[in-house]
Design a protein. Structure first.
Lengths: 208, 208, 208
């Protein structure tokens, strides 16, 4: 890690990078599940492991916060950022569990598209977080935040379109209930990614 | 506006009045949509404009707060009041979108009644807010808060009655899913109006 | 109550014990309703009375907090603990109302099991709360917190199992909608019990 006069600050950023990697793992694996159109027992356990690792990193950040006098930005923002990132992995895990409980056994084009949006959003979140390390990188962080907003918007439109279509054409109410819940969960994942960039944006404003 | 020794205070109240007017616009237009029993593309765009204007006023209040040393009441209360008022317009907009996505094409008596409650609640919220300008008006503010509570209660009973009836008599589960969500959204609108008066009541208590 | 140098502290614990008793009343009565498999008008009123009594105790704690300079633990924790306990009774009451509105008229084995978990959780919450009075009792409080976590876990698995089964086997979508909502409400009751023990755990950590 090299020599630094602000070792505690560097550690927070390293831990956020670790969270960003958990998000990437969860998003990439969720895309795989969406492509398969099914979520096995083993898939749920694997996603649970990712969720658990992310939990550990979140606890490390909270513990680090309790031990630190100097923090790279406001204490509440450090906490909220860690918790919102944790929420992203939590909801991806719960989406996986939902697919498993509902015994989904068919590839759904809209879900693959949601998974693609989630995948892209986590890439941008990683960039936004690493951009926080230095004010020189605030441009990339801004761009990343805008991209996540754009993806959330597209996911919202996709949700309305696909649920509207199910409501109009589906004859099978129970199938509709299952997919409505899965689509809403997928869209909420993007909402939480947007919550993350809102925290990041407010950190940038305070630093600016 | 006349001469005032407390210009910053007057501005906050003016901005709350502006929010109250956005609420009135949204509620009046929602009643129109409920009466028609349908929500066109253009209706959604028009409600989106109202929601966007209210967003702008909310941002003005937040920015005003960041620039002000003296505020007419606690900073957190100013922020929370602005955000709860914004939430009222947000949920009316999302109700409109839901009607559009679900291609509702029939006038529903219960929805017209909900729209009437929402309409009345926003009138009382306007009175409660303008009453905040002076302790002399605390009586009207109290009365307005009680009226909003009463309307929320009635909306809650209406929701139980109408959803209970659908559950009992409906043979069409998909139609039931649509209307259940719309009725719940309408009732939640009154819940958020009640959240607004709870903030207002706690401001009154602190001033009292 | 005996003589104490810290009368105000003793009062908070007495009020939490009162809340714990309201929780017990609500849980025991809910188990009765689940066993009957039906919730009459009178049952709803009776549960409403319990909810109202708990509200009163919650208000007493909030008022007590506003009058106290010395508190047994952090002010925010006192408030949050009181509110989360209140939320437990609120959701049990809303579950009761839901059963009434949906005109449930059949005993459901899974619901009886949920009611049993809720019953046990409120017993452990009572122990956890009374354990807070003295650091000497932190072991019992820890054990109680772990037991509530275990019950929440079991309720979560039960929810997935029973909703998964309904989704697979039910032909009646409207019946499924009713029971899904009731099972989710029952599981959320345990989630809120877990929120309570999370507050209690964080109080223990700060005292430790």
């Amino acid at each position: 890690m090299g020599f630094s006069l602000l070792p505690k600050e560097v550690k927070f950023f390293d831990m956020y990078d670790a969270q960003a990697q958990h998000l990437r793992k969860a998003a990439v694996f969720f895309k795989e599940i969406a492509e398969k159109g099914a979520c096995s027992d083993i898939d749920v356990l694997k996603m649970h492991d990712i969720e658990h690792e992310c939990d550990n990193t979140t606890h490390d950040i909270i513990n680090g916060l309790n031990r630190s006098f100097i923090t790279p930005f406001d204490r509440e923002d450090i906490l909220q950022l860690a918790q919102e990132l944790d929420d992203v992995v939590d909801i991806i895990y719960s989406l996986t569990k939902r697919m498993h409980v509902y015994k989904i056994k068919e590839k759904n084009k809209a879900l693959v598209q949601f998974a693609e949006y989630i995948d892209q959003a986590t890439i941008w979140l990683g960039k936004a977080l690493s951009g926080l390390r230095s004010m020189k990188n605030s441009k990339i962080t801004h761009e990343a935040c805008m991209e996540v907003n754009r993806l959330e918007n597209m996911a919202d439109q996709l949700k309305d379109a696909v649920i509207g279509e199910y409501m109009e054409k589906s004859k099978d109410a129970i199938k509709l209930i299952k997919w409505k819940e899965i689509f809403e969960g997928a869209e909420t994942t993007l909402d939480i990614c947007e919550d993350v960039v809102n925290v990041i944006s407010s950190i940038l404003v305070k630093q600016g």
